[in-house]
Design a protein around this ligand. Structure first.
Ligand code: IPE
Ligand code: IPE
Ligand code: MG
Length: 240
């Protein structure tokens, strides 16, 4: 039985939703079927996050590197995302969830981008929870874009290199002004971060489960949160 302390919940949970393809392969199904089932798991995790009152949830839905997949898989993922956004809009409005996204959104196909823009605009005043989708997202690309922005300020004579602080860098990340994740969950069993939120996870607690994303249900999520609550976060300091 999961025993959660409501006082010690993470403020921001980030998830690398991995394992859709392997879930499908295990069942003799196409990878696409795995992605469809994965969308249901997204609904569940959003619902539970909202119920628990966790204010920030960030989901890695499509990486900058995922463009290397077959044209068919990419197209299907984009269509699935578009459908998901349209189907979930009423739920997001009803539960006061604000949608936003991080990543190089200009690379998305127009229809997907439009669905995204509509949902972002319609949910922008919601305050109960922020759902952030990382789409065409890469941590190195994000840091590169930040470096360009800071470089442009310097070139314009508006910033001196000596005045660059951690806050300056954070200010130009796609995630600004979000808090850094407290907990990063990766499903599918790989012990790597795959270019996700590189700067932001400096002191994030990591939780890897071998469960494939489509099978990741409420009880698995609660188990991850319970595990998180047992961690001692030290941030480099010593607590006696
Ligand atoms: C995660 O599942 C979904 C995306 C990356 C879009 P995968 O499609 O990576 O599934 P595996 O890792 O091949 O099993
Ligand atoms: C990470 O999964 C990206 C997403 C979940 C969107 P990948 O399947 O792309 O990562 P690798 O290839 O195993 O590192
Ligand atoms: Mg994968």
């Amino acid at each position: 039985m999961v025993n959660l302390n409501p006082e010690k919940l993470p403020r921001h949970v980030a998830v690398i939703m991995d394992g859709n393809g392997r879930w499908a392969k295990q069942r003799g199904l196409s990878r696409i079927k795995g992605h469809h089932k994965g969308a249901d798991a997204v609904r569940d995790v959003v619902k539970t996050t909202r119920e628990l009152g966790i204010p920030w949830l960030t989901l890695y839905a499509f990486s900058e590197e995922n463009w290397k997949r077959s044209a068919f898989e990419v197209k299907t993922l984009m269509e699935l995302l578009e459908r998901f956004l349209k189907e979930e809009l009423h739920e997001m409005l009803e539960h006061k969830i604000r949608l936003q996204c991080v990543g190089r959104i200009s690379r998305l196909p127009q229809r997907t981008r439009e669905a995204l823009e509509v949902s972002i605009e319609k949910t922008k005043d919601n305050t109960a929870m922020t759902l952030t989708l990382a789409l065409s997202y890469g941590g190195r690309q994000e840091l590169t874009d930040a470096a360009r922005a800071v470089g442009a300020l310097i070139a314009a004579g508006r910033l001196s290199p000596d005045d660059i602080s951690e806050q300056t860098i954070s200010r130009y990340l796609y995630t600004y002004p979000m808090p850094d994740p407290d907990l990063l969950i990766r499903t599918g069993g790989e012990y790597r971060v795959s270019n996700f939120l590189l700067w932001q996870i400096a002191y994030t607690e990591l939780y890897v489960t071998s469960i494939f994303w489509p099978d990741f249900g409420k009880s698995d999520y609660l188990a991850a949160l319970e595990n998180y609550q047992q961690r001692e976060r030290r941030f480099g300091a010593v607590f006696d």
